[in-house]
Design a protein around this ligand. Structure first.
Ligand SMILES: [Zn+2]
Length: 266
């Protein structure tokens, strides 16, 4: 039963990605769009903790009751792709869902072809984006959201007062090129699963709106794996999450030791 509901609207902004630091990185994986950035693949516990605390709490625009903390699904997640738009991206979108399912098994993610899903993935052309927002959320919310964030793609996350996600709806633009499509698709699915916020200071995540990534990075996979660890519970406060994260990160073997500090010269 849902006692209180909250709706989060989350956007990808159309901004170019910035330069990455030059060490400890690998090329973008095969299948990424041409020009996709390289990625860092090994992180310290502090880097993972900082990213998790920044991205698993808060959001661009909250409507309704304030969620009490962590938001996540507490049951297997069924995703349904709703085809649309002038470019056929269904097969590509299906592969992205499969990518998430494989990379984060604890999501217990599956694609369904019919029935009520937990995550609606709606593929649309950009020119229909605002109308789709109005149809989904009403004119007032859509207008407020567009004014505040100038979105390119978006996700709404409806959760119960105790932090369990009830349903997510994601709109992904299909007709503005591979980079926009892949960036939106990977970025918005992170939101749909409960990483609701952005961090424009974080050089590793797809949820930095100054970057276009377009694949599931090792970093974001780690954050999602942390979120779906059983020790991280729906509704958990930032303080409680901070307390259990060292055990979660160690238990999952996600972190490397921080590099030894270089000695100062003579
Ligand atoms: Zn976003």
């Amino acid at each position: 039963m849902i006692r209180t509901a909250s709706l989060l609207l989350l956007a990808v902004l159309a901004v170019p990605h910035g330069a990455l630091a030059a060490s400890g990185r690998e090329a973008a994986p095969e299948g990424a769009f041409p020009g996709a950035p390289a990625q860092y693949t090994r992180f310290t516990a502090a880097e993972l903790t900082r990213g998790f605390l920044a991205l698993a709490f808060g959001s661009d625009l909250r409507i309704g009751a304030k969620p009490s903390g962590i938001r996540k699904f507490d049951h297997p997640v069924r995703v349904r792709i709703y085809p649309g738009g002038s470019v056929d991206r269904v097969a590509a979108m299906r592969r992205i869902v499969e990518d998430y399912a494989r990379a984060v098994p604890t999501l217990r993610l599956s694609a369904v072809e019919s029935g009520e899903p937990d995550v609606e993935l709606r593929l649309i052309d950009e020119k229909h984006f605002r109308a789709a927002l109005v149809a989904a959320f009403g004119a007032k919310i859509a207008r407020t959201f567009v004014q505040r964030t100038n979105p390119q793609c978006m996700t709404s996350v409806q959760s119960s007062g105790d932090g369990r996600i009830v349903r997510s709806v994601t709109f992904v633009i299909v007709d503005k090129g591979d980079d926009v499509f892949f960036d939106c698709a990977y970025h918005e699915l992170l939101h749909a699963f409960g990483l609701s916020n952005h961090d424009q200071q974080n050089p590793f995540t797809t949820l930095n709106q100054r970057r276009m990534v377009g694949y599931l990075s090792v970093y974001d996979r780690a954050l999602l794996t942390m979120l779906y660890d059983p020790r991280i519970a729906p509704g958990m406060t930032p303080a409680r999450a901070r307390a259990v994260l060292p055990e979660v990160i160690a238990g999952l073997g996600l972190a490397i030791q921080p590099p030894a500090r270089k000695r100062q010269g003579r």
